[in-house]
Design a protein around this ligand. Structure first.
Ligand code: PGA
Length: 245
């Protein structure tokens, strides 16, 4: 499968950054990998008019878990789809840990966005103390099993393994450690679905991935792409990561 390179701008980014993406992607038109760019909703509104399918896909960050406009602050999947998106990041560690979002809530959102034709990028990952207690795989497997209804998978999805302690810290697990977790996730997905489906679900790594380490991480077996935070705020770095893929 092609690598998937997703940029998560979080609450950063600007019209200038959006313009630099448009200018770069209109020259390079990457087709070696699947590019997904996830700006804030306001910037989605700005970028969607200038976006072409030759650049890749637009994605969103999180959404409200019900199909109603009567909520305060969070965007509904309908609003998100209206901006030309095809992917959405769900269950990011900022949501799980800072906003106490449970896997049950993530599953509700996954079901809802499938109804709208979006592909969820479901994030999972252990905290530093959980890693020290050797609980990494237990936590990751539990989050995956509970965040998706495997008895009724109604659409495609992507899993992003993002150790919480690696996000924005400049630290990453070793390549062996990333490989071990991804191999186990692959086995779990094969068990929960079937070999054909399980082997074709993209598994991204995220957490301090950048233009310097992208090549090594992407060469690890069962890593099918990257979810990039900080380094996606610079099109030179993000462009170099696309090149690596
Ligand atoms: P980072 O963020 O690349 O800045 O570590 C990744 C993420 O939060 O998805």
């Amino acid at each position: 499968m092609k690598n998937l390179i997703a940029g998560n701008w979080k609450l950063k980014g600007s019209p200038d950054l959006a313009d630099s993406y448009i200018s770069h992607l209109s020259k390079t038109k990457p087709d070696n990998c699947t590019v997904v760019v996830c700006p804030t909703f306001d910037l989605l509104e700005y970028i969607c008019d200038k976006w072409s399918s030759e650049f890749g896909h637009l994605g969103a960050q999180d959404c409200f878990h019900e199909d109603t406009n009567y909520n305060d602050g969070l965007r509904t999947p309908d609003e998100i789809v209206s901006k030309g998106t095809s992917y959405i990041i769900l269950g990011h560690s900022d949501r799980r840990n800072k906003c106490h979002e449970t896997s049950e809530l993530v599953r509700k959102k996954v079901d809802l966005v499938w109804d709208k034709g979006l592909i969820p990028i479901v994030c999972v990952g252990e905290k530093s103390d959980e890693r020290k207690q050797n609980l990494t795989q237990k936590i990751v497997n539990k989050q995956i099993t509970e965040s998706l209804d495997f008895d009724n998978l109604r659409g495609p999805f992507v899993i992003a393994y993002e150790p919480v302690w690696a996000i924005g810290s400049g630290n990453t697990p070793t390549m062996e450690e990333i490989g071990e977790v991804h191999d186990e996730i692959r086995k779990l997905l094969v068990d929960l679905t079937c070999p054909t489906r399980g082997h074709n679900i993209p598994l991204l790594y995220g957490g301090s991935a950048d233009d310097q380490n992208a090549g090594s991480i992407l060469s690890v077996e069962n890593v099918n792409g990257l979810l990039i935070g900080g380094a996606s705020l610079n099109i030179q770095k993000f462009g170099a990561i696309i090149e690596c893929a």
